[in-house]
Design a protein around this ligand. Structure first.
Ligand SMILES: *[C@@H]1O[C@H](CO)[C@@H](O)[C@H](O)[C@H]1NC(C)=O
Ligand SMILES: *[C@@H]1O[C@H](CO)[C@@H](O)[C@H](O)[C@H]1NC(C)=O
Ligand SMILES: *[C@@H]1O[C@H](CO)[C@@H](O)[C@H](O)[C@H]1NC(C)=O
Ligand SMILES: *[C@@H]1O[C@H](CO)[C@@H](O)[C@H](O)[C@H]1NC(C)=O
Ligand SMILES: *[C@@H]1O[C@H](CO)[C@@H](O)[C@H](O)[C@H]1NC(C)=O
Ligand SMILES: *[C@@H]1O[C@H](CO)[C@@H](O)[C@H](O)[C@H]1NC(C)=O
Ligand SMILES: *[C@@H]1O[C@H](CO)[C@@H](O)[C@H](O)[C@H]1NC(C)=O
Ligand SMILES: *[C@@H]1O[C@H](CO)[C@@H](O)[C@H](O)[C@H]1NC(C)=O
Ligand SMILES: *[C@@H]1O[C@H](CO)[C@@H](O)[C@H](O)[C@H]1NC(C)=O
Ligand SMILES: *[C@@H]1O[C@H](CO)[C@@H](O)[C@H](O)[C@H]1NC(C)=O
Ligand SMILES: *[C@@H]1O[C@H](CO)[C@@H](O)[C@H](O)[C@H]1NC(C)=O
Length: 833
């Protein structure tokens, strides 16, 4: 039973093959005499079919069948799906070397319907006299050039090749839809291969060939734009080398109200023996046509009207020719109101200030029209860097300026410490930069000074607030302060106007980055300034001067927040208490959790007036309970070398309130009762009970500023002077201007790298907030804060919401119909606003 079933199944499976073999439709191909057409049937690549298929001519199997003019051939396939096995190639040779070419519309010959349904390639090979031009005109939709490896949606391609002597040069492969190429002119000869997949029932070639005068170059490709759009085009033979010493031209037809910009996506130059490889433009309105550019120059943009672009090769070095190749992009857009506006950025008085305008990183991969920054409104590129020492005139070709941002960097380098000591320099953003219509993302000052000679004081015009989860900064900009030591970068934090920090002292080379979050920074930055002064060297990583206001809590936290204070470093806070007030100092947790591998981590709270001090081991002791201070005091923290993952970070806050002690004393006096007096005394004792606690487990031998200076905190005294190796610090006396020294050549790694360093202190606390820098997001309040309102989750610049500016001037689009001679010598208007 089972056996019979299998036999039937096997029989049914094989049946179709036998029928196909027996009844496969006979096909006949006729090629008329004198047509110049040959038809070739050959195995295709790749043979996908599982079973072999044969081509039978009079029952004889053939691998290749060639039908010549005047022949009629009948044949059979042994399978029902010959399209998976064989392809057709129909070649027509047209020789007009000895007379005019009888061309015009090119028909499919024989018509596709008269041919078997196989993949077909129609090839027209036209040879003409050396100086004869030939023009291919595509009548249907315009063609789109595709790169090697790209496919057309419908599988129909036109491959165009030209002739240089006897060498065939591939001009390009094109899809027959939504492109811009309408005509291709060649000289001496042309070969067009039209590939039609077997399912395509197309019955026309889609082009005509007409004779033309000599074009005196390899080819001319005409690209027509009817509206906004883009085209990607390639040099002949791309990605292989462009033929030696050849010339190729692209003509662009751009409707009057639109603007075109060229950008090179990919290019290589060869090794030239004579001449120089270059591109030349004919740009309407340019007085200096042709405009010649090197391939690595920024290419022109913002061009109004038809223009053309030529690629000129050179005489290559025979030994090592190299390869010239080019793939480029032409973007045609409506002019933007901004594109007609010139902004002046005068950096002529600057020596170390570099301004880069570049695309804002995008989250989505969706295509968006390009944005260009144009220098002198002619050369446009997606990003530009304006160098110091000149006055720059820039304009924008961009429909949405929020897609760009500006980043500036200035180096203040002190090379002569005698000169710099105690001098101050304001950190100011030039007005020209604030007036640009793009967001100033970051303005960084790199502050460099001789090692172990000088330190820095950063003094703001208005007191600063440290950004914390508990009290996030919500101003339109912040200062991000970081220092760069030989082994480590130290992120001090992000500071905005409106707090209690009067000064930040930083030990060594540092960077201060003004980072903006809201468009109102343009008006707010000039009101808040920061001054940097060079001070004699000190050994704390940082010293913060804090003068709390009576109204609000001051939150402070250790530098390098979630990565922990660097090993063996110390930080101090000088906290002022106005007379008549008392300050309450509260730590956010009971224990620090630090585990020391070597050295000791400790904190000293010292009254400045009496010098009375309390010392806490941060490893063993619990942190002090809220304590009251009537006079200014120090909070000094020194780290050990902590074990991995057991870092030291501390958050504390200070609140002021009117001094209650006086009140108690008055009450005590009024009552005169000894009990009350005792009670009051008790209070005082309670408040200062920890005073002189002085390490309850033997001498707290700590490493204070351990990497430089070891000192027992039991004997508070001035830090001993560090070893001064005078020979290693010989500096030439320099003139004033030399303070603004060279730009630090190698900024790699050691300096603040905002995307990496700055945001990290917030890692792990982002919760429901986007991980956008800096995520000013609260984490769940600690238990000690639980009674408070959880601070709102606040991100000053979620990347999903583009940063918006209101652009001065007329609304976009109102100038669309105005034709602008774009490359005329536009007068640099005064910066607007
Ligand atoms: C026919 O053309 C298609 C692409 O258009 C290709 O995938 C297929 O392999 C070709 N068939 C043969 C037999 O070459
Ligand atoms: C071509 O058309 C397709 C769909 O019609 C579209 O997805 C594609 O973006 C177009 N390409 C160009 C270059 O316009
Ligand atoms: C091609 O086919 C279209 C219809 O699909 C027909 O109108 C046209 O006449 C045909 N052209 C030729 C040259 O056969
Ligand atoms: C094109 O060929 C025709 C004759 O076939 C001739 O009369 C005409 O001058 C040629 N045109 C050019 C531009 O060579
Ligand atoms: C071509 O240029 C690219 C950079 O544009 C370069 O990386 C590459 O090595 C060059 N190739 C050759 C063959 O010169
Ligand atoms: C390029 O444009 C200029 C000016 O429009 C024109 O004189 C020149 O013939 C053009 N060259 C080519 C090859 O199209
Ligand atoms: C700070 O930068 C200057 C200039 O680059 C350098 O000479 C000096 O050694 C740096 N200081 C430290 C502590 O690395
Ligand atoms: C910014 O924070 C301050 C207090 O720090 C508050 O008074 C103000 O309303 C906040 N502004 C915004 C826009 O949240
Ligand atoms: C501490 O801060 C106060 C207030 O700003 C200041 O007057 C005092 O000089 C500072 N003390 C030290 C040692 O810097
Ligand atoms: C605390 O730090 C400040 C500033 O670095 C220093 O002047 C003071 O002497 C330190 N106090 C103690 C007890 O170390
Ligand atoms: C561009 O500026 C020129 C003069 O500066 C003016 O004549 C022209 O109308 C402006 N065009 C647009 C589109 O704003």
């Amino acid at each position: 039973m089972l056996l019979i079933f299998f036999l039937i199944r096997e029989f049914l499976l094989f049946l179709p093959v036998f029928t196909a073999g027996g009844q496969g439709g006979d096909t006949e191909i006729t090629v008329p005499q004198g047509s110049g057409v040959t038809v070739l049937i050959k195995p295709g690549t790749p043979a996908l079919a599982p079973r072999p298929c044969h081509l039978l001519l009079a029952k004889r199997p053939l691998s290749v069948l060639l039908v010549k003019p005047g022949e009629r051939t009948g044949f059979t396939f042994t399978c029902r799906d010959p399209e998976k096995h064989f392809v057709l190639e129909i070649q027509k040779n047209i020789d007009c070397t000895s007379g005019p070419c009888p061309l015009g519309d090119i028909p499919l010959q024989p018509p596709a319907a008269a041919l078997p349904t196989l993949n077909k390639t129609f090839v027209w090979d036209v040879r003409a006299r050396k100086s004869a031009g030939l023009e291919l005109r595509f009548s249907g939709p315009r063609l789109r050039q595709i790169g090697p490896g790209d496919r057309c949606p419908d599988g129909v391609t036109h491959t165009v090749s030209g002739l240089v002597g006897t060498t065939i040069v591939k001009i390009g492969t094109f899809c027959g839809n939504n492109g811009t190429v309408s005509r291709i002119k060649l000289q001496e000869g042309v070969k067009v291969a039209l590939h039609l997949p077997w399912l395509q029932h197309r019955n026309t070639s889609g082009f005509s060939i007409v004779n033309h005068t000599a074009i005196k170059r390899l080819c001319i490709i005409e690209s027509v734009f009817e509206g906004e759009g883009f085209a990607t085009l390639m040099s002949a033979n791309y990605p292989a080398g462009f033929p030696e010493d050849e010339l190729m031209t692209w003509q662009f037809v751009v409707p009057a109200p639109l603007r075109a910009s060229v950008s090179f996506l990919d290019f290589n130059v060869s090794n030239c023996e004579r001449k120089e490889e270059r591109v030349e433009y004919y740009i309407p309105g340019s007085a200096t046509n042709p405009e010649v550019f090197r391939l690595d120059d920024p290419q022109p943009g913002n061009m109004a009207g038809n223009f053309n672009l030529s690629l000129q090769g050179c005489d290559q070095d025979a030994q090592s020719p190299g390869a010239l190749r080019l793939r480029f992009h032409v973007l045609v857009q409506h002019p933007q109101t901004e594109s007609n506006k010139t902004y002046v950025v005068d950096l002529s008085q600057e020596r170390t200030l570099f301004l880069t305008i570049e695309p804002r990183p995008r989250l989505s991969r969706r295509f968006v029209a390009g944005c260009f920054v144009c220098l002198e409104s002619r050369t446009c590129s997606p990003s530009v860097t304006l160098a110091p020492g000149s006055r720059h005139k820039i304009s924008f070709l961009c429909d949405d300026l929020t897609r760009l941002w500006a980043v500036a960097e200035k180096t203040l380098s002190c090379t002569d410490y005698h000169y710099c000591q105690r001098r101050s320099f304001p950190l100011l953003v030039p007005g020209d930069i604030l007036r640009l219509p793009v967001q100033l993302r970051d303005f960084s000052w790199k502050l460099l000074m001789p090692k172990d000679r000088l330190s820095l004081a950063l003094t703001p015009v208005q007191k600063l607030q440290q950004h914390t989860h508990e009290r996030p900064c919500n101003a339109s900009f912040s200062y991000v302060v970081a220092s760069a030591g030989p082994g480590h970068d130290l992120y001090f934090g992000s500071f905005c106007a409106g707090g209690s920090i009067e000064q930040v002292l930083v030990r060594q080379n540092s960077s201060v980055t003004l980072r903006t979050f809201a468009p109102s920074f343009q008006s707010e930055v000039p009101r808040q300034g920061l001054t940097v002064s060079f001070l004699p060297y000190f050994k704390e990583e940082g010293i913060f001067t804090v003068t709390p206001d009576t109204k609000s809590k001051v939150y402070l936290r250790t530098p390098n927040w979630d990565r922990g204070l660097p090993a063996l470093s110390s930080v101090s806070w000088n906290i002022s208490v106005p007379s008549g007030q008392e300050a309450c100092l509260t730590f956010s947790k009971e224990r620090t959790g630090v585990v020391c591998q070597s050295g000791r981590a400790f904190m000293i709270i010292q009254a400045q007036r009496t010098r009375a001090e309390e010392i806490f081991s941060l490893e063993d002791d619990t942190l002090p309970k809220p304590s009251f201070h009537h006079h200014s005091f120090w909070v000094n923290i020194s780290n050990c070398s902590p074990a991995h993952g057991k870092q030291l970070d501390l958050l504390f806050w200070v609140t002021l309130s009117p001094r209650t002690l006086d009140l108690t004393a008055i009450i005590a006096a009024v009552v005169g009762g000894g009990v009350s007096l005792l009670f009051a005394l008790g209070l005082i004792i309670c408040c200062v009970k920890k005073k002189k606690k002085k390490g309850n487990k033997g001498p707290a031998v700590g490493v204070y500023n351990g990497n430089i200076n070891t000192q027992m905190p039991l004997q508070p005294k001035k830090f001993q002077k560090g070893r001064r190796d005078n020979d290693s610090h010989v500096y030439a006396v320099i003139e004033d201007t030399m303070v603004y020294g060279h730009l630090l050549q190698d900024s790699g790694g050691s300096f603040l790298q905002p995307e990496v360093d700055t945001y990290r202190p917030f890692q792990g606390a982002t919760g429901k907030c986007p991980p956008s820098p800096p995520p000013m997001c609260s984490r769940a309040p600690t238990t000690k804060l639980a009674s408070e309102e959880p601070p709102p989750c606040f991100s000053p610049e979620p990347e999903s919401e583009p940063y918006t500016f209101s652009h001065p001037g007329p609304v976009a689009g109102s100038h669309r119909s105005t034709q602008v001679p774009l490359l005329d010598s536009q007068e640099p208007g005064p910066p607007t606003e």
